[in-house]
Design a protein around this ligand. Structure first.
Ligand SMILES: [Zn+2]
Ligand SMILES: [Zn+2]
Length: 307
């Protein structure tokens, strides 16, 4: 009798205890995280956040030979990522991208939003790159252990990277998702970069415009050499010729230039691997149908994971 009574008691306790929502990461009904709604406290505490990027160009948390090796000037100023691409994070991204668990978009978008905070802080305290101004006010990039990608028009671009007061928070003007090919879009049913950017756009009140298109389906990359892949990637993206989009973009650009600074564009993607996709996107954005935007825009990228 005694045993039955205690069983009954524990069953009653379970019924009366507040039910936890099912965590979107581990699938268990654990105490939820307040920081990242949708996942549990345990999963939240296991996220491999990139809190202090060692490489200030690509946002990597460890020493980075890539950025020091390929230091050609390019329009992509730097990248920041929310997390390290560990096997656990790869599994989560797989559930979202390939197994169609679209509810994860909101969680991953919120994680990206945390990286946006880090991006704001980096821009405000000038830790994006080490640089200084000479007496004649020309921006000079100091050799920063080889971690700067360089800028096409240093004076105009770097002048807006000046540290500013905390009251004047750095804010992006425009989010541009990395496009997927129409084949991938048909397979998957959504563009993950667009969905992540949408979460950020809604939280921060930043406009998102799908200004880029894929010009070719970059499949079977694995059969190609690194050089071939890079050459392919250079022409994989182009600025959209949609006139409504172009019109919106032109007025944003005009407003920004009228206020005396370049337009701040953040390219959004799920993952940064070699950076060649993001660099190709930045180059395609610079080459607008109306002419080059060199010196008129400041482009960086925000990705959910850094592999
Ligand atoms: Zn969990
Ligand atoms: Zn790097």
């Amino acid at each position: 009798m005694r045993v039955e009574w205690s069983n009954w008691l524990s069953a009653a306790k379970m019924l009366l205890a507040p039910a936890h929502p099912v965590c979107l990461f581990c699938g268990k009904a654990h105490a939820p995280s307040a920081q990242t709604p949708g996942i549990c406290l345990a999963c939240e505490s296991a996220i491999p956040w990139i809190k202090a990027p060692r490489c200030r160009t690509c946002g990597r948390p460890v020493g980075c030979p890539d950025c020091s090796r390929s230091r050609q000037p390019g329009p992509l100023l730097y990248n920041r990522s929310a997390v390290s691409y560990t096997s656990e994070m790869r599994e989560i991204l797989g559930q979202y991208k390939y197994r169609g668990n679209e509810r994860l978009a909101q969680v991953l978008g919120l994680m990206l939003d945390r990286a946006y905070n880090a991006m704001q802080e980096a821009m405000e305290n000038g830790s994006v790159s080490r640089w200084s101004y000479t007496a004649n006010q020309n921006a000079v990039l100091e050799a920063d252990s080889g971690l700067i990608m360089g800028a096409a028009s240093p004076h105009k671009i770097w002048s807006s990277l000046l540290p500013r007061k905390r009251t004047d928070r750095w804010q992006a003007d425009l989010l541009v998702p990395v496009p997927v090919s129409s084949t991938r879009l048909a397979e998957r049913g959504f563009n993950q970069a667009g969905q992540l950017a949408a979460v950020l756009a809604a939280r921060r009140g930043i406009l998102q415009l799908p200004l880029l298109v894929r010009t070719q389906h970059t499949a079977k990359q694995s059969f190609k050499s690194r050089a071939e892949r890079l050459a392919d990637m250079k022409h994989a993206f182009a600025a959209s010729t949609d006139s409504a989009l172009q019109g919106q973009f032109a007025s944003l650009l005009r407003n920004s230039l009228d206020s005396g600074r370049p337009l701040r564009i953040v390219i959004v993607d799920d993952i940064y691997t070699t950076g060649s996709t993001l660099r190709a996107c930045a180059e395609a954005l610079i080459r607008q149908p109306g002419g080059s935007l060199e010196g008129k825009v400041e482009i960086c990228s925000l990705t959910w994971a850094r592999s």
